[in-house]
Write a protein that binds this ligand. Structure first.
Ligand code: ZN
Length: 160
C-alpha cells in the first residue's frame, strides 16, 4: 500500500473515532471512559470490513453489510442486550451512525441492505476541509461538555 493511501486511511480512521467519541461523550449520559471507548470502537466498527478476505465477496466487502442500517441496528440491539442501559445503546448508536453518515456523504453506503443502493453526493469528507470541519465540531462538543475546565478553575481560583 502506498504511503498516500496509508496516510489517508489513518486520517479517516482518526476522524471516525474522534466524531464517535464526541457524540458518545457529548450527547449521552455514559461515563467518560465508556463514552471514549464506545466512541472509538463503534465509530470505527463498520470499517472492520477491511479485514474481510477478498474471496468472501458480496456483502462481505468494504462498504458492504457493515455499512448498513441493518448492521447498525443489530449492533445497537446487541449493546443493549449486554449492557442493559439505554445510555450505552445510545452511545453505540450515535458512534456507529456517525460513521455511516460520514461515509454516505462520500462514496455512498448500503443504507437499505439487502437492497443495493449507493447514491451519494460525492463530497470529499476526508479531505482537508472535511477533516477540519469534523475535528472542529468534535473538539467543540468535547470542550462544551467537559468537566475538566471547571476542575482547572477550581485549581486556580481567581479571588484568593
Ligand atoms: Zn466506513
Amino acid at each position: 500500500m502506498d504511503p498516500g493511501r496509508i496516510f489517508f486511511l489513518t486520517v479517516a480512521f482518526a476522524t471516525h473515532a474522534v466524531v464517535g467519541v464526541a457524540l458518545a461523550r457529548g450527547f449521552t449520559g455514559v461515563d467518560q471512559r465508556t463514552g471514549t471507548g464506545f466512541g472509538i470502537v463503534f465509530g470505527l466498527l463498520p470499517d472492520a470490513d477491511f479485514l474481510f478476505p477478498a474471496e468472501w465477496g458480496w456483502p462481505f466487502v468494504h462498504r458492504g453489510i457493515t455499512h448498513s442500517l441493518l448492521f447498525a441496528l443489530a449492533v445497537v440491539v446487541g449493546v443493549y442486550a449486554i449492557r442493559r442501559t439505554r445510555e450505552a445503546a445510545l452511545a453505540a448508536a450515535l458512534a456507529i451512525s456517525s460513521h455511516l453518515f460520514i461515509d454516505s456523504l462520500s462514496l455512498g453506503i448500503q443504507w437499505l441492505f439487502p437492497i443495493r443502493t449507493t447514491w451519494s453526493p460525492g463530497l470529499d469528507v476526508h479531505g482537508v476541509i472535511g477533516t477540519t470541519l469534523w475535528w472542529s465540531v468534535s473538539i467543540g462538543i468535547l470542550a462544551w461538555q467537559t468537566d475538566d475546565l471547571s476542575a482547572i478553575r477550581r485549581g486556580f481560583p481567581r479571588d484568593r
